[in-house]
Design a protein. Structure first.
Length: 191
């Protein structure tokens, strides 16, 4: 299927703007990205990945990073057990343990491969606990989000032909009915 790359870029920018308005990510937060470029192009996940789509989406994500001060984390495909591509400085700051693998299009996915080759000093880790994320094409990023995920909705439902799901996280609410919570993290903000 033919997909308009300009529409994809525009849609992703709009989604990320809406996401930031709702989630209010802070500098230093980790934002995990799962993306099937096959699904974006209208094909079945893992069957028709494209570096061209990955390149264009990566540029939009980089712009989002620069605007918000967040860290980007790109999820590999299931062939690498959904490992994560991060910048080395984030791995060191968070005391994460690197794994020995280099993503390639057929074992890692086009998006993670492009990110690995274009991020500053990229490293792969087995897992993270991200503050928020976007899943483009039902790649299942939930394993990399902190324990309490809160869905974020957008008027844009697809990037290209790929379904999108987004979430931010919040701390767990513990203590029952007598507990007192700070207003920014409390029950009043649960969705």
């Amino acid at each position: 299927m033919n997909v308009n790359i300009i529409d994809i870029e525009h849609g992703l920018r709009r989604v990320l703007d809406e996401f930031q308005e709702a989630a209010q990510l802070s500098p230093g937060n980790i934002f995990v990205i799962g993306c099937s470029t096959s699904e974006v192009a209208g094909q079945h996940i893992g069957t028709a990945g494209t570096i061209e789509i990955a390149e264009r989406l990566f540029a939009v994500f980089q712009s989002f990073k620069e605007k918000t001060g967040i860290h980007l984390a790109f999820q590999c495909c299931e062939h690498l057990n959904r490992a994560i591509v991060l910048e080395k400085k984030v791995v060191l700051q968070r005391n994460l343990e690197p794994v020995s693998v280099i993503p390639v299009a057929n074992a890692g996915g086009s998006m993670a491969t492009y990110a690995y080759n274009n991020m500053e000093d990229a490293i792969v880790v087995e897992s993270i606990q991200a503050d928020a994320g976007i899943d483009i094409g039902d790649t299942l990023i939930g394993m990399h989000l902190k324990a309490v995920a809160v869905p974020i909705r957008s008027e844009v439902k697809e990037i290209g032909y790929a379904h999108i799901t987004m979430a931010k996280t919040r701390p767990k609410l513990i203590g029952g009915e007598r507990a007192v919570y700070r207003s920014t993290e409390g029950a009043r903000n649960c969705t």
